[in-house]
Design a protein around this ligand. Sequence first.
Ligand code: ADP
Length: 738
Amino acid sequence: MTATLNDEALKKRQADRRKPLKARILFPMPLPEPFDYAIPEGMNLTAGDVVIAPLSGRSQRGVVWEVVPDEGERALKAVESRQDAPPLTDELRAFLDWSARYTVHPPGVFLRMALRHRDSAGEPRTQDVFEPTGQTPPRATEARAAVLAEAAADAGTAADLARRAGVSPGVVTGLEKAGALRRVKRRLDPPFDIPDPDRSGMNLTDGQKRAADELVSLVKRDAYAPVLLDGVTGSGKTEVYFEAIAEALRRSDSAQCLVLLPEIALTQAVTRRFAERFGAAPAVWHSDVSQVERRRVWREVAKGRARIVLGARSALFLPFTDLKAIVVDEEHDGSYKQDDGVVYNARDLAVARAKFAGASAILTSATPSLETLVNARRGRYAHVQLPSRPGAATLPQTEAINLREQPPERDHWLSPALVKAVAETLERGEQSLLFLNRRGYAPLVICQACGHRMTSPETDSWLVEHRYTGRLVCHLTGFSMPKPKTCPECGAEDTLRPVGPGVERIEEEAKARFPEARVETFSSDSAQAPGEVRRLVSRMEAGEIDILVGTQIAAKGHNFPNLTLVGVIDADLGLKGGDLRAAERTYQLLVQVAGRAGRAARPGRALIQSYAPEHEAIQALIAGDRNAFIDAELEARQAYGLPPYGRLAAIVLSGPDQEKLDQWSRRMAAAAPVTDGVEIFGPAEPPIAVIRGRWRRRILARADPGIDLSAYIAAWRTRVKIPPSIRVQVDIDPYSFV
Ligand code: ADP
């Protein structure tokens, strides 16, 4: 390098070295860039250091993004102090910068995610936790039993146990008084057990071994290596990626792996499998993990002592120091896309983080997203396949039930063929899953007297009736109200009728049809506390439930060995919507839900109720011909230059005054830079036109491949100075079009 420097450059460099230095500091807040500060005498700062510096008259925590020569153009405020904390690595800072640029967000909002759970100084090192004494309490209630079960699984604070069991903390202290729980001191941050990669795993089939070997050889490169692990449901993808993780752990004593899961409900089962395979439970990171535990995970990750982290999308921003592999389980899953606040797709950011860390990125799925599949077909990602289930397990036999020919009775939703199949499954002592991706009792409540539809005052969308709680709920905003006795429009009494089914109504029908069966519902409403989810999954695994009625939360990833029948109540539900990914998403969800059946020795069956069984997504599902569906879908996307043959970005504007919003939306659209290969659509009124009193408008940009759409949007944003009452949100690679 020095050899290429000419004299002049060399002189400038020497002069620069004599100049005082300044620190460019990024704060964890939505500011456009890092700010410059003087470095006081005697303070030694390097990039990544966490510091305190004055900002708007207050001492704020920030991170040194760069240290550069101070040209002395203007007087700078000085850094106040350097915090005694592990610095943010170059890799993490580069990743945060890239993420901000890619998603067109200020870098500070990504820094905030990386710093959110930092150690707070002076924190107590121990806490009081409760563990069972072994004594049975004199008065046994359901709440008490739930707390005792949680405490037996893992001691916790009163608040923690109460949250996990879904009861009030008083139940915990009541159990202490009754002598069933005792209070002990626990260290707050014990290190995690060290996983042992050389414990023997399952005996892999030849096909699995081949796949595992391919992954292992990628990990051995010690470099960025993206790969799609593409295997049918139940083919053993988890067992196969365990081998890749084992190899990654062997690379060094501080090697770390991150496994992202799409659904918190899956954590328990996957944690158990990790513990069995590696002899140590992984660190777990998601929104239901307690603050104390999250602080512990953050710290142990930063110190390089948490070696395997299992988490939700925000785990991507943990301060890993030696990341060797990232697994994105069920990579196609829409829940990797965060639509609120900071809008990003954790799957895409995971691949980016792997790139900066020089790690493998293993994306697994039975139904890969079209983007990932095209990356694999083009050779940008390695493609490892597992075409069959191991041993005696076979893919479920899938059939459509044409509801036009054999409809259910009026106000019922199970067709005669499905009822018969459930009855047969019950007789064999096996389990059924009835799938409907709709929470609550009924998606619409209508007045029989005047035809009035109950809508949300905030969004104008239909209110969903929930019978468990007796309320009408807006699923978009969470607004809810008790179901009124009289129609708010015409005043008639007892005329409000539920229309259409939600899972609660299917549960009601199943109970009426099969009074002897044990029927339960699995949705985000019925299983709110993490402990409730765990207990429900355990009961299902243990065969204590005969018919499980579930939303998509039940469709993903679970392994219920005795589940042999899956009935899809309404396969057409997802095909409506009309957005870009409607067919893709429906196909993926149906394959996933059908894939819950017959995962062990007994063969499974999937029955798909539909009014339009000729739709290509349903036909491909029945024929088990994924490629037929994908090729048809890709062809359609190619014709319009839609992803993965082009890119999309949305700009959503919202504000309280509709007229003003329209004006500024039009101005924004008109300001779009004119460039070959970029088309602008809108502003348009989205299907959900108002949320919490704010009207919304959408502008969509479509770009040909090869165009830097993020840079385009960033340039566009600066052309219009939008007033503060109007919020502008950029969504790169949008998933949802509502
Ligand atoms: P996937 O992640 O592809 O859906 P899993 O890894 O969850 O599949 O495996 C499905 C089920 O099959 C699990 O219960 C797993 O333990 C079992 N299994 C996978 N591979 C084998 C094998 N080689 N021998 C025995 N059982 C296996």
